[in-house]
Design a protein around this ligand. Structure first.
Ligand code: PEP
Length: 251
């Protein structure tokens, strides 16, 4: 079975509700120009998830959140529960993005709880891994990704693992305009799959591994052509429908 091809847009803390709805509608409007084989996901801020779900209704575009709480519900001021996200009609949740690891103290411990919440509520996690520049320069990128996978993904059941998307995002390439070369992406994606295989066996062949880090229309095709790259998690370029869709044409 061929692996799912996915292009997911992480809007981060961008767009006001009306702008987000407009962006989502433009993606829907242009979607037919891209192969049906590509699964598009948009991940707006919490504040307009509901409106974006409404805006993509009737299309095959899925909606995801950018994070969820470690707990199911209760006295956790400011948090958003996976159950609330699922109730809006979202199908995905990004977990472990490097910005959350770096600025908000996200750890494997909190991510294990968030993964459990996501699965308990039928959401598919897009679990992010990746090294920073110092780690890459020291040649530690393999070890860093391995640890981020072992400490979280290895705790999943086989059933949960069958419903997981991984995003490899080198921190040094996020929003910097620097992209990993297609060869660098393939090298580490193949390594990540090998790590997954050591725990989950043949099921690792089915797990989509996305590349993220300054992916744009001009470099998507070369990166997506690599055997172990199954699509992209897109930041900046996801804020323009035309560019986001053009990245999908990279397959
Ligand atoms: C991201 O943060 O998920 C990302 C890939 O950002 P950008 O495409 O802007 O580098």
């Amino acid at each position: 079975m061929a692996r799912k091809k996915i292009v997911a847009g992480n809007w981060k803390m961008n767009t006001l509700p009306a702008e987000g709805v407009e962006l989502a509608k433009s993606v829907v409007a242009g979607r037919s120009e891209v192969c049906e084989c590509v699964n598009f996901i948009v991940c707006p801020p919490f504040t307009h998830l509901s409106q974006v779900v409404e805006a993509v209704k009737g299309s095959d575009i899925a909606v995801g959140a950018q994070d969820c709480a470690t707990e199911a519900k209760g006295a956790y001021t400011g948090e958003v529960a996976a159950q609330m996200i699922a109730a809006l009609g979202c199908k995905y949740v990004i977990l472990g993005h490097s910005e959350r690891r770096q600025y908000y103290g996200e750890t494997s411990e909190s991510l294990n709880k968030k993964m459990a919440q996501a699965y308990a509520n039928g959401l598919t996690p897009i679990y992010c891994v990746g090294e920073n520049l110092e780690e890459r320069e020291a040649g530690n990128h393999f070890a860093v990704c391995k640890a981020q996978i072992e400490e979280v993904v290895f705790n999943l059941t086989e059933e949960q693992f069958a419903n997981l998307v991984i995003a490899y995002e080198p921190v040094w390439a996020i929003g910097t305009g620097k992209t990993a070369t297609a060869e660098q992406a393939q090298e580490i994606h193949a390594y990540i799959r090998e790590v997954l295989r050591s725990k989950f066996g043949a099921a690792a062949e089915e797990c989509p591994i996305l590349y993220g880090g300054s992916c744009k229309p001009s470099n998507a095709a070369e990166i997506f052509a690599k055997a172990d790259v199954d699509g992209g998690l897109i930041g900046g370029a996801a804020l323009k429908a035309e560019d986001f869709l053009a990245i999908g044409k990279g397959f």
